[in-house]
Design a protein around this ligand. Structure first.
Ligand SMILES: Cc1cc2nc3c(=O)[nH]c(=O)nc-3n(C[C@H](O)[C@H](O)[C@H](O)COP(=O)(O)O)c2cc1C
Length: 212
């Protein structure tokens, strides 16, 4: 992790991130670096550390062709990006609970008693949640991953565009995922910018903050 960082200046990463929709089609990010960025973004927090984010990386001409009819008005990003990342939330992320908590104990990051009590709470609570709550939890956590991924991409010298404009009821099946289990969260295009994104305005913090 952190082997390919080009920019480590926090303010410039946050301030310089903007949605880029047109990329250099000839620029290919290696699988190794995409894995690295996914690992870095996975340092995001999540409910009970269940890490429900799942990513389908579409970076082949065949994959892009399959995705094209599903991306609505976002064809330029699909056609020119190095990769399209389809972010899904796993509504059965608790199936990894034992692996995550056992590894934490093995690595000396958690006492065994804490693991035992946390696992008991998680495994008695999560599976029994109503499906709409499972979806909500998976989407909240996966959105934190997505945001972190976009900042990580900037640190690697790439640009991104988050997108909700796609056929949410078709993507899981099209890419061979169980649609009951994996809920679509967003797509993110990534690549070397051909055209800079435009600056956008933000509401003032006064307007969006309630002090009580
Ligand atoms: C959840 C989400 C969905 C979005 N969907 C799209 C989309 O489908 N197509 C698109 O071109 N931009 C999309 N955007 C990008 C927004 O238009 C953009 O983030 C916003 O205008 C602020 O600009 P900035 O990203 O350059 O700061 C989306 C952004 C978010 C966070």
């Amino acid at each position: 992790m952190f082997n390919h960082i080009q920019n480590n200046d926090f303010a410039s990463i946050v301030k310089g991130r903007r949605s880029v929709r047109n990329y250099d089609e000839n620029f290919k990010i290696s699988k190794e670096e995409i894995h690295e960025m996914i690992s870095e973004a996975s340092l995001a927090p999540s409910s009970a550390n269940m890490q429900p984010w799942r990513v389908v990386v579409v970076d082949t001409p065949e994959g892009k062709e399959k995705l094209r009819p599903l991306v609505r008005f976002n064809t330029l990003q699909n056609d020119t990006s190095s990769a399209m990342l389809l972010i899904f939330g796993d509504t059965q992320s608790y199936l990894n609970a034992e692996e995550i908590f056992n590894t934490a104990v093995e690595q000396g990051k958690m006492p065994a008693e804490v693991r035992d009590s946390q696992l008991q709470t998680i495994l008695s609570m999560f599976p029994a949640l109503p499906q709409e709550i499972k979806v909500e939890v998976a989407k909240i956590d996966s959105s934190l991953f997505a945001m972190q991924f976009m900042l990580v991409a900037r640190a690697h010298g790439y640009d991104t565009n988050p997108m909700a404009g796609f056929e949410v009821d078709q993507v899981a099946k099209a890419f061979d995922l169980d649609e009951e289990r994996y809920t679509p969260v967003m797509m993110i295009s990534i690549g070397k910018a051909k055209e800079n994104g435009y600056e956008s305005v933000r509401l003032s913090s006064d307007k969006i903050t309630f002090w009580r």
